[in-house]
Design a protein around this ligand. Structure first.
Ligand code: F6R
Length: 360
């Protein structure tokens, strides 16, 4: 039931602070211990290589996950598109462990990879899903739930943030067992609470985001999201959100790649949305934005408060940089929502799309 909301998507965007708190309640206790199946932790910590498998938004959550697993566990991690990997000829390490990300747990492309993992490669696996008794949950060795509640809108929002939060918890839990100093010193309880509050702050800025969408995205044919590192990962997810519900041709780019070709597409009025939450690369992305500005781009910036200046458009409350994707993506979800609404589309039921893709 969407209650007083015009669309499920807006309701699901608004639910995200509560989803983060539910995840905290499920996976953390009052002493700050993280709870996953001990057999899972024992098994996954033997891995010399992690594979994260997903499609669409779940693949994008995997890109963020790679950085979390590598930071907190020092285990080399590769993120693969299910539809590609299902037919690739990869060299699988002996000590490989597979993590499947799937909101529905029913995506045929991801299942096709799991069939190979079980039958051909015979490697251990975990499915992280919103549907506890789904096919992918049943067929993997382990499963963990997202606690996001049913996601009805075709465009995935709260499942993405839930996937990243659960990946962060798992990565820190693994790292603690390995006595990795970064993981041991990371206050995951405090950080997730900050994240829930930060998401709430962005959600409360909807009016501002609605105006930005109206000024920038109402008439355009195309748009670009740019960023570096984790901000690039979020740029990919942000552009997917925009294209699937507003039908704007949107692309996410690594800021530094612009000058290697894509900048040719920038014309007078082309919307370019810059995401800046990582201190190491903030200045670089700023200069890339300067380059597109001088070619007439219509620039919107989404910036962590501690990296912001007075000309930035959307200010994001600060949490640990590793978790900033959980905050910046909310602004992008809302921009996509309002762009779709203002262009007169059915936000929840975009053309040509199904909620769960059960064909390969
Ligand atoms: C985008 C979207 C899709 C799904 C993809 C995978 O908003 O919803 O890209 O993320 O079809 O679905 P799951 O996560 O159910 O495997």
């Amino acid at each position: 039931d969407k209650g007083t909301y015009p669309y499920y998507m807006l309701k699901e965007v608004d639910e995200q602070p509560a989803v983060i708190r539910r995840i905290e309640a499920k996976y953390l206790d009052h002493a700050g211990n993280i709870h996953f199946d001990q057999a899972l932790l024992d098994q996954i910590n033997q891995a010399s290589k992690l594979y994260i498998v997903g499609a669409g938004t779940s693949y994008h959550a995997g890109l963020v996950g790679k950085k979390l697993f590598e930071k907190f566990t020092k285990t080399p991690t590769e993120v693969v598109l299910a539809s590609e990997f299902a037919y690739d000829d990869p060299i699988i390490e002996d000590q490989a462990f597979f993590i499947f990300l799937s909101q529905s747990g029913e995506t045929a492309d991801s299942r096709q990879v799991l069939v190979r993992v079980n039958d051909e490669w015979q490697k251990p696996s975990l499915t992280i899903t919103n549907v506890a008794n789904s096919t992918l949950a049943r067929e993997a060795d382990f499963s963990a739930t997202l606690e996001a509640g049913p996601e009805i809108a075709v465009a995935s929002t709260k499942a993405y943030t839930a996937q990243i939060a659960v990946e962060a918890l798992l990565a820190v839990a693994m790292g603690r067992e390995k006595t990795n100093a970064t993981a041991v010193n990371f206050d995951i309880t405090g950080q997730l609470s900050k994240v829930a509050n930060a998401i709430q702050t962005v959600v409360d800025e909807k009016g501002k985001i609605e105006e930005l969408a109206l000024a920038t995205l109402r008439k355009t044919r195309n748009a670009f999201y740019i960023g570096r590192g984790l901000d690039y990962n979020v740029a990919l997810e942000s552009s997917l959100k925009l294209k699937e519900i507003s039908y704007i041709q949107a692309e996410g780019f690594a800021s530094g790649e612009l000058k290697h070709g894509t900048i040719a597409l920038i014309e007078d009025g082309t919307p370019v949305i810059g995401i800046i939450t990582q201190s190491k690369t903030a200045d670089h992305t700023r200069s890339n934005l300067q380059e597109v500005l001088s070619r007439g781009a219509n620039v919107i910036t989404m910036v962590s408060e501690d990296l912001a200046n007075s000309t930035d458009d959307i200010l994001l409350p600060v949490v640990d940089e590793m978790l900033m994707p959980l905050v910046s993506v909310i602004a992008a979800q809302l921009l996509a929502y309002y762009a779709s609404l203002q262009r007169g589309y059915n936000v929840d039921q975009p053309r040509n799309l199904a909620k769960s893709v059960t064909v390969e």
